[in-house]
Design a protein around this ligand. Structure first.
Ligand SMILES: C[S@@+](CC[C@H](N)C(=O)[O-])C[C@H]1O[C@@H](n2cnc3c(N)ncnc32)[C@H](O)[C@@H]1O
Length: 209
């Protein structure tokens, strides 16, 4: 949607969220890529959990691309979670995402595993980067919280359904931080965009935990 369309619908986002959001072009690419890989590996996702939901834009694109029927977003910031919940209810007025049951909770990310049920689940791992990104690239061990801590907490949740994790990254990475994660989990194939507006700005890691 163009900004003028969503603004007229009553959708609002905080300035801070406008900076942190996974933008449409990027979120669309990530969502289609992950949906494609899941389908080609024979998996169908029922639930999507976003422990750092922010605007929910990445969650929105993934719910559409995977046709998951349940979405659960967490954010520590009360203003952000209230606006995001409100925005999604406005989107439903346009009959968007009618296929999905949605919950938004103002809670710390560490409580998000309690939302994982015995079904195939995709978790979006997109914590604030803080000081993790500098001239050396993005160091996943320095995000707030560190990505390895998030993955370990998620893996501790014992369920009968597979848990997948999408980690949004940057083309410039501290390779040791990526290698450490790929050693500990099963990395699934990823797709490279041919569009410089995408491949020069974002990348991702896709794992089965
Ligand atoms: C990089 S943004 C997520 C952007 C999101 N993918 C989007 O499309 O808008 C990170 C979010 O994590 C939230 N956050 C920071 N610390 C958190 C914590 N301890 N638990 C849960 N959420 C947290 C922030 O308030 C922020 O909204």
């Amino acid at each position: 949607m163009a900004a003028i369309a969503w603004y007229a619908l009553g959708i609002r986002i905080l300035g801070r969220t406008a900076v942190e959001v996974t933008r449409d072009q990027h979120a669309g690419f990530l969502a289609k890529s992950v949906a494609h890989t899941l389908a080609s590996e024979g998996h169908r996702i029922s639930d999507i959990i976003d422990p750092f939901v922010g605007s929910g834009n990445l969650l929105y694109h993934l719910l559409r691309a995977t046709k998951a029927t349940r979405g659960c977003g967490f954010d520590i910031n009360a203003d952000i979670i209230a606006l995001t919940e409100r925005n999604f209810s406005r989107l439903r007025l346009l009959r968007k995402l009618r296929h999905a049951r949605l919950t938004f909770l103002r809670r710390d990310w560490s409580q998000s595993p309690s939302c994982i049920e015995n079904r195939a689940t995709l978790v979006i791992v997109c914590p604030p980067w803080g000081d993790a990104f500098d001239e050396a690239g993005l160091d996943l061990r320095k995000t707030k919280p560190p990505v390895p801590d998030v993955l370990q907490t998620l893996r501790g949740r014992m369920t009968s359904g597979p848990i997948f994790a999408l980690i949004q990254t940057h083309p410039s990475m501290v390779t040791e931080s990526v290698d450490a994660i790929k050693q500990d989990y099963t990395a699934l194939p990823t797709i490279k965009s041919g569009d410089p507006a995408i491949f020069e700005r974002i990348d991702y890691i896709f794992l089965r935990l």
